[in-house]
Design a protein around this ligand. Structure first.
Ligand code: FAD
Length: 414
């Protein structure tokens, strides 16, 4: 594996670095650097507004959604140039988190299945941050098993009438559009009766109810649909082909989550280097050193695994299912690190909010946010299934309802 930039890559890196140095919102840099452990807060400013302004500035200069074609708001850059941009954007990249679902999942799905008219109309505004999109897949009865979803779409003339409920929809409360998977035929096996649409989140009959999280934030929502009208031209893919369309979204989801994984290790190393305990500096304690050493090994493993994916991207290959390991390892590592950081601080670990307790506030956020990382975009168990079946070639999970018509699957209510 060669870690050096090619001459073209080096030129691209220099250009990106110079533009970022001249244009990034430096006044927020310190807050953004500190904000890796659970939530991003910018003192005295609205995060959404700052994020939109930075995205617009990037789009105007041709630095938004780099790997998208120019006619759809991108730059036509190579996958490796996109990785270089992310490396150079550094802490300012955290401002992209509100766009990650739209740019990483919804945009690529519209690009693959939308009409040319749709692509030219919707994608540039998505790229520039003017519009935000959300992903309406999970339901109370369909999370890991998305194909078990029950939200119905019924044809009426040239329109579809949608009724049902989604849950855990990140950003629905500030989204302009949503990518929505529905059941259009309950008489066929569950994967075969699904159809994908996109819709205006301000449509009549859409109700968004925010969910309050343990970390104090409200990042995701319940979304209810009551007789919502969606024109047929907003269908993505063929009738009944929604599962196939959703695979494009989910494959892009794993790739976009994998591209910015936090482990908490650099923060923990710095924290232990400065924390004075009754027995001296935490980093001098043998038990702490042993833990730091094993986290350092895992962090290096993750780094080189991601380099392997980058390297295959640069050769024009598509990173495979083995990349599921990144989120699996980093999710539990974040949780372990946060728990140990709180233990090291004793009773003070429970304090948050003052400048003196800044570190404990950060690790507390990390502790409260890290479980979500082990669920969103595929739970630990589902990722293990993927690795077992598709990387190691072990026998498949038991799927008893796979070939049964959806309306014949025994259930308490439908
Ligand atoms: C922070 C966050 C943001 C999210 N954002 C979105 C979003 O924007 N849009 C969206 O549509 N969804 C979103 N989700 C939902 C997410 O995709 C689901 O929570 C996830 O797929 C798990 O589904 P579930 O919650 O229904 O759990 P379930 O699928 O009910 O799983 C419950 C438990 O059973 C285990 N399990 C399930 N099936 C198997 C199996 N076959 N083998 C072994 N174990 C199994 C799971 O691992 C888990 O431990 C988000 C979730 C989180 C935490």
């Amino acid at each position: 594996m060669n870690f050096e930039d090619t001459p073209q890559e080096a030129a691209f890196r220099a250009e990106a670095k110079a533009w970022i140095a001249a244009n990034a919102p430096r006044q927020y840099e310190e807050d953004l650097r500190k904000a890796s452990l659970g939530r991003t807060v910018i003192k005295g400013a609205n995060l959404l507004e700052v994020a939109k302004a930075w995205q617009k500035k990037k789009a105007d200069a041709g630095w938004a959604c780099l790997h998208w074609p120019k006619e759809y708001g991108g730059r036509g850059a190579s996958p490796i140039e996109r990785v270089i941009w992310q490396q150079e954007e550094g802490p300012f990249g955290k401002l992209s988190s509100v766009f990650i679902i739209g740019h990483g999942m919804c945009g690529p799905t519209v690009m693959a299945f939308g009409s040319e008219e749709h692509k030219r109309h919707y994608l540039p505004k998505l790229a520039s941050g003017e519009h935000i999109w959300c992903q309406l897949f999970s339901e109370p009865a369909g999370g890991s098993d998305v194909a078990g979803l029950r939200t119905r779409a019924e044809k009426q003339g040239d329109n579809w009438i949608v009724n049902g409920q989604k849950i855990w929809t990140s950003g629905a409360h500030y989204s302009d559009y949503g990518l929505l998977i529905t059941r259009t035929d309950p008489n066929v096996p569950k994967h075969k009766g699904l159809t994908m649409f996109f819709l205006d989140m301000k449509s009549k009959g859409v109700e968004v109810r925010p969910i309050k999280q343990a970390n104090g934030m409200q990042e995701f929502n319940e979304v209810y649909f009551t007789d919502v009208v969606i024109p047929d031209h907003q269908r993505l893919g063929a009738l009944g082909d929604g599962w196939n369309v959703s695979l494009t979204t989910l494959m892009n989801e794993r790739m976009s989550i994998g591209s910015r994984l936090a482990t908490g290790f650099p923060e923990m190393f710095e924290f232990c280097s400065n924390l004075m305990t009754d027995d001296g500096l935490a980093i001098d304690d043998p038990a702490t050193r042993s833990k730091l050493a094993s986290w350092a090994v895992k962090a290096s493993g993750l780094k080189y695994t991601s380099y392997r994916a980058i390297s295959s991207l640069s050769k024009g290959e598509r990173p495979g299912p083995e990349n599921s390991i990144g989120k699996l390892v980093s999710g539990s590592m974040l949780q372990d690190i946060a728990t140990y950081a709180m233990d090291l601080q004793g009773a003070a670990g429970a304090l948050t909010g003052t400048d003196e307790q800044e570190a404990s506030g950060q690790f507390q956020q990390m502790l409260l946010s890290s479980p979500s990382m082990r669920i969103a975009g595929g739970t630990d168990e589902i990722l293990r299934n993927i690795i077992a079946e598709r990387v190691l070639g072990l026998p498949g999970d038991i799927r008893v309802d796979k070939d049964v018509p959806f309306n014949k699957i025994p259930t308490k209510g439908r």
